[in-house]
Design a protein around this ligand. Structure first.
Ligand code: ATP
Ligand code: MG
Length: 471
């Protein structure tokens, strides 16, 4: 009785669409086979969550999740002939390998209490798909689909997709209190999909922002980076800046900070947002733009005529960025690149070969090319006065290609002498060799000395005098 009541409820609550009628859910063959196998063994099984959302939006899902009435051990039995990984047995998840695609198959479940505001204390399996959907975060993520049934949409997800709305399933205050990460997930989805947060979902997110304090740094980091890389990142950062300041309080002084400078049409925060928008949606670049001027308010001074200055702000920005990236547990490689770019973002670039060799020497080719993008975004986001510099920057890539093609020397490994050559020429073994190599590299990069063995030895002989040479 209970069960048939549940089924009737579905039919009432489910928007039944014939496959292909107004949506374009094309389940990959392998995933369809999994659904069929579960079905043939007497279990309900649906594609669920992000893959349904993305399919309805006409995007291609990057992975497929299946929700099923089968218990994990039953799923394992059904797929005894395949590779099955017990990825999250405790939470009802096993991963079935479909060729090379791993598909997560999770038993319908409801989460227990969330006493820590992060994880459910436990999960309870259920036979009800609706119960499973009700624990999911947003209506657009709480839809399920299988070809025979069509779309199962108990919470108005399809409507919200159509109006491009992120809305919590249920009461937002309660849902955020269960898991504070949902506040950042809401912002991330809005940024990535260019959606808006429904009013209560938004107001509650701001009201409950302190819940983020309980979330593991890694999870905050992941959502923050994805948010930053969305096409509507600037818009979402602007609307929810107080939530961002909850885990990056160092950004607060930038909000509305007047630069008192004719080169800047925007306050510091609006300039940052404009830069984020102006650069390619790639983590290192977006992070660099977000952080590049965070140190400005800490370095502000004014000349007697009232003009604002920010001497030393790249170093201050890098110092703050390092603290923040460490706190958010960024990997060394990403942090290293972002810090190098933040620290260098004000270094003048020009198509002049000497300048390019110097920059190559300091940054390497990869970071220099990134710096070029950083400086372009920065210049575009200042004022009309920076147009001239933009013009200069446009000439850099061609000049850089030439310097590299010609194999011009900008690092020790391409210097025409090595340590042994210098020792042979009379420089004593030890520190002096390293010092002399550094002097020579500097001279070559600077254009003061040609990169041939003869010229270099001659140069160092003159430089070092008798201090270095034994003769
Ligand atoms: P993407 O993979 O692009 O991030 P997604 O919607 O697939 O999007 P996942 O994090 O892979 O997101 O999670 C899969 C599904 O699990 C979601 O669609 C949602 O239904 C549910 N979900 C994930 N995280 C949460 C959470 N913190 N609270 C409630 N439901 C969640
Ligand atoms: Mg997913």
């Amino acid at each position: 009785m209970q069960e048939s009541g549940e089924i009737r409820f579905y039919l009432f609550d489910t928007i039944q669409l014939k496959a292909g009628e107004r949506m374009n859910i094309q389940i990959p063959g392998d995933v369809g086979d999994l659904l069929n196998r579960l079905d043939a063994n007497g279990f309900e099984a649906y594609a669920v969550g992000g893959c349904v959302r993305d399919s309805l939006l006409g995007l291609s899902p990057h992975d497929w999740d299946i929700a099923t009435s089968a218990l994990p051990e039953e799923t394992e039995r059904v797929f005894a002939d395949r590779r099955v990984l017990e990825t999250g047995l405790k939470h009802g998840t096993v991963t079935v390998l479909c060729g090379k695609i791993p598909v997560e198959v999770t038993t319908f479940r409801v989460d227990g209490a969330y006493s820590d505001g992060r994880h459910p204390d436990g999960v309870r399996f259920t036979e009800s798909l609706k119960e499973d959907l009700s624990r999911r975060d947003f209506t657009v993520n709480a839809m399920a689909y299988r070809p025979e049934t069509g779309l199962v949409d108990c919470f108005g997800g399809l409507n919200d997709l159509e109006s491009r709305t992120i809305r919590c399933v249920g009461n937002p205050d309660l849902r955020y209190r269960e898991d504070g990460l949902r506040i950042l997930r809401a912002m991330r989805f809005a940024s990535v999909l260019s959606f808006s947060l429904e009013r209560e979902t938004a107001e509650s997110a701001v009201r409950n922002k302190a819940l983020i304090d309980r979330i593991a740094a890694e999870r905050i980091r992941e959502e923050f980076v994805r948010l930053l890389c969305g096409p509507s990142a600037a818009d979402i950062l602007r609307k929810y800046r107080d939530i961002i300041a909850q885990f990056i309080p160092e950004i607060k002084p930038s909000f509305g900070f007047d630069q008192h400078n004719p080169h800047h049409s925007y306050d510091v925060w609006e300039h940052i947002l404009s830069c984020v928008d102006a650069v390619e949606a790639e983590p290192v670049l977006r992070l660099t733009m977000f952080f590049h001027d965070i140190g400005k308010p800490y370095c502000f001074s004014q000349s007697p005529d009232g003009t604002g200055h920010f001497y030393g702000h790249p170093a201050k920005s890098a110092e703050l960025t390092e603290q923040i990236l460490t706190r958010l547990r960024f990997d060394k490689k990403t942090a290293g690149m972002v810090l190098a770019l933040v620290r260098s973002h004000d270094l003048p670039l020009s198509p002049e070969e000497r300048c390019l060799r110097k920059r190559l020497n300091r940054l390497g080719e990869k970071n220099l090319r990134l710096l070029l993008q950083v400086e372009e975004a920065d210049a575009k986001s200042k004022s009309l006065l920076s147009n001239e510099y933009l013009e200069t920057l446009r000439q850099v890539p061609g000049a850089l290609d030439r310097v590299l093609e010609e194999g011009q020397c900008f690092r020790l490994s391409s210097l025409a002498v090595n340590g042994n050559d210098l020792i042979d020429a009379g420089i004593p073994k030890g520190d002096s060799v390293g010092k002399a190599l550094a002097i020579l590299l500097d001279a070559v990069v600077d254009g003061k000395c040609g990169n041939t063995k003869q010229e270099l030895l001659e140069y160092i002989r003159k430089k070092g005098g008798t201090g270095w040479t034994s003769s």
